[in-house]
Design a protein around this ligand. Structure first.
Ligand code: ADP
Ligand code: MG
Ligand code: ZN
Length: 628
């Protein structure tokens, strides 16, 4: 749908400004043919036949053309001082007869242009103000027919668009089943209303970014073959009071006209935030918009064949009124896919890509625990780019491996110049992580150690979970803290000095420790109480409520966090001290070869010969598992 935007005002202004600057350019001042110094030079050289100074402008007439012109104009800063400066020259040139005549004419009052200019400016400013006032008034009154400012800027799923169906959404079987009801209803509303079934008219898709919420909503429309009006929550948020509300009104009107239809409000948290939570001004507008949304959702009858879908990754900040019965009373949780789901998603995205026969998507799926659909799509795309860059017709396993590393840690930076000293520090640091991991029973096995800088990191030690696991036990969390400290502890023990390279590790270790103590109730002294609440601190809502505990408890939390970290530090130091020789062996190997595979590392730790690197693939373990 093509619509006239309020931006056309800006277009008018731009055209006016253009016309204006043209006028300005033709009649205005900046018309010097030559600089002042050239004028003096031409006079001194006897090139000037005659000249007239009028006001502060000089018009020269030359004997021979200068720069292709025999008439020149130049601005003099001040005619009187010009005359004083060149009087000697004028006398000489007049005497030699080269300068035939000259006149100094005083400024002749105001030129017409001097009046026109300010008038034009004032007129223009008034015009702009008028436009702004008009659009504001119309928006507040719901928008007249000649004005589209208050209209909802929706995207209509025009027939003929590439239709998205449930086939394009892989995995997500639960979610699809729930949404199938909606599809059935939209296909044949009467079947449901006849027997008095209530179909929820608001469904909220909740889940982390990239899990396919938007995709699912599109698929529902595609499956049902109905109109799909999609709008993003941020489209309602405007500078002018009343615009958002009028857009909501318009959106529902459009949908009723097109029914059966789906209204999809993406990122609804932008408008649906809890009321009365704004910091600073501007929340009146948001409240009006939200109120209007609530009114519209209550207002349309179930028989009208309009279903409202919305998506958010922050359901916790939504206004509770939105979630009441009759509004978004059904929530569908769209989660991060499991291994089987990942495999299916990979298959969907591999449809239009050429894969080498060595590529086993099952293996890739097993190694990508925690990836969302968007991540997986990105992984395949990055791999395709790598293959294309090397002019290879198919994507192979190495491409996927490199793409995965790139996504997880940023591209390898082989060119970054490093000092030998830095390399040694990094090698000992990473060896410290790896040796600690190896000696922690619940820790995932080391997959690869590298001292090649990637992204922000100087080096990396990868560990790979053997399987997906939804829970982290207290022991696992504690051992993660120990392994995170491994780098710092190794530096301290074996270099006698510590570096800044561990700052990220220490951040993460501290956060884990704080979570254990104050979020998950894993500390004896503080008991099974969550002091940190569910989400991160959010400007606005949590502003007044960030701290729901006393200063004394805060002190205890800090103390317990420190105790926990200290304990982990000691534990780590014990491990590393007991394994000093092996750690040094690993570090030496890293200094020389830069990367060490999980197998090589295990061999070293078991006192076997460190063989050639078989492959540096992150998918190794699963490959060998597959072959068994
Ligand atoms: P969200 O709205 O939850 O942030 P999107 O729906 O925008 O996520 O998903 C982003 C992209 O990720 C999609 O365009 C699609 O390519 C891919 N994707 C996500 N989930 C799936 C899935 N279940 N099946 C196939 N592709 C998916
Ligand atoms: Mg989305
Ligand atoms: Zn580290």
């Amino acid at each position: 749908m093509k619509k006239r935007r309020p931006f056309s005002i800006i277009l008018y202004i731009a055209i006016l400004a253009l016309v204006f600057s043209l006028i300005f350019g033709i009649f205005g001042n900046g018309t010097d043919d030559v600089p002042y110094s050239t004028v003096v030079k031409l006079l001194a050289d006897g090139q000037v036949k005659s000249f007239v100074v009028e006001g502060d402008k000089i018009a020269l007439s030359l004997h021979t053309p200068y720069d292709g012109k025999s008439e020149l104009i130049c601005d003099l800063a001040d005619a009187a001082s010009f005359r004083a400066q060149v009087q000697d020259i004028l006398d000489i040139q007049t005497a030699t007869g080269r300068l035939e005549s000259y006149h100094f004419v005083p400024q002749q009052g105001w030129s017409a242009f001097d009046f026109v200019l300010p008038l034009l400016i004032v007129g223009l400013v008034l015009l702009i103000l008028w436009f702004l006032l008009m659009s504001r008034a119309q928006a507040a009154s719901g928008g007249g027919p000649a004005n589209n400012f208050g209209k909802a800027r929706t995207t209509l799923g025009v027939p003929g668009d590439k239709k998205v169906t449930f086939n394009d959404v892989a995995g997500a079987d639960e979610e699809k089943r729930e949404l199938q009801e909606v599809v059935d209803f939209l296909r044949d509303p009467e079947k449901f209303t006849k027997i008095g079934a209530r179909i929820p008219h608001g469904l909220l898709l909740v889940g982390p970014p990239g899990t396919g919420k938007t995709l699912l909503a599109r698929a529902v429309a595609g499956e049902a073959g109905v109109q799909f009006l999609s709008i993003s929550g941020s489209d309602f948020v405007e500078l002018y009071v009343g615009v958002g509300a009028s857009r909501v009104r318009d959106l529902f009107e459009q949908a009723k006209k097109l029914a059966p239809a789906i209204i999809f409000i993406d990122e609804i948290d932008a408008v649906g935030r809890k009321r009365g939570s704004g910091l600073g001004g501007g929340h009146d507008e948001k409240e009006q918009t939200l109120n209007q949304l609530l009114v519209e959702m209550d207002g349309f009858a179930r028989t009208e064949g309009v279903i409202v879908l919305a998506a958010t990754n922050r359901p916790d900040i939504l206004d509770p009124a939105l979630l009441r019965p009759g509004r978004f009373d059904r929530q569908i949780y769209v989660g991060v896919p499991d291994a089987k789901g990942r495999e299916e998603i990979l298959k969907v995205h591999a449809r239009n890509k050429r894969l080498d026969s060595s590529v086993d998507l099952k293996v890739v799926a097993l190694s990508t625990s925690g990836f969302t659909g968007a991540d997986l799509s990105n992984l395949l795309n990055e791999a395709a780019i790598l293959a294309a860059r090397d002019n290879r017709p198919v994507i192979n396993m190495e491409d996927l491996n490199e793409a995965m590393m790139k996504i997880l840690a940023g591209p390898e930076k082989r060119s970054r110049v490093r000092l030998a000293k830095d390399l040694r520090i990094t090698a000992i640091h990473e060896a410290g992580h790896a040796v600690a991991m190896y000696n922690l029973p619940t820790h995932d096995p080391v997959k690869q150690i590298s001292v090649v800088p990637r992204g922000q990191a100087l080096g990396l030690t990868w560990s790979m979970p053997k399987e997906d696991s939804a829970h982290l036990t207290r022991n696992e969390m504690y051992e993660q803290i120990v392994s995170l400290l491994g780098g710092r502890v190794a530096e301290e023990l074996f270099l006698g000095d510590i570096s800044t390279g561990a700052s990220n590790d220490i951040d993460r270790a501290s956060k884990l420790a704080r979570d254990m103590v104050a979020r998950y109730g894993m500390n004896k002294n503080l008991g099974t109480v969550s002091y940190l609440g569910g989400g991160e601190v959010f400007i606005g809502r949590d502003y007044q409520t960030t701290k729901s505990y006393s200063e004394q408890v805060a002190g205890t939390i800090d103390q317990e966090v420190k105790l926990l970290i200290d304990k982990a530090y000691q534990h780590c130091a014990d491990i590393l001290r007991a394994n000093e020789a092996k750690l040094m062996q690993v570090a030496d190997y890293l200094v020389e070869h830069e990367t060490m595979t999980g197998d090589q590392f295990a061999a070293c730790m078991e006192g076997r010969e460190v063989g050639e690197a078989s492959s540096t693939s992150l998918f190794d373990e699963h490959i060998s598992k597959e072959e068994e």
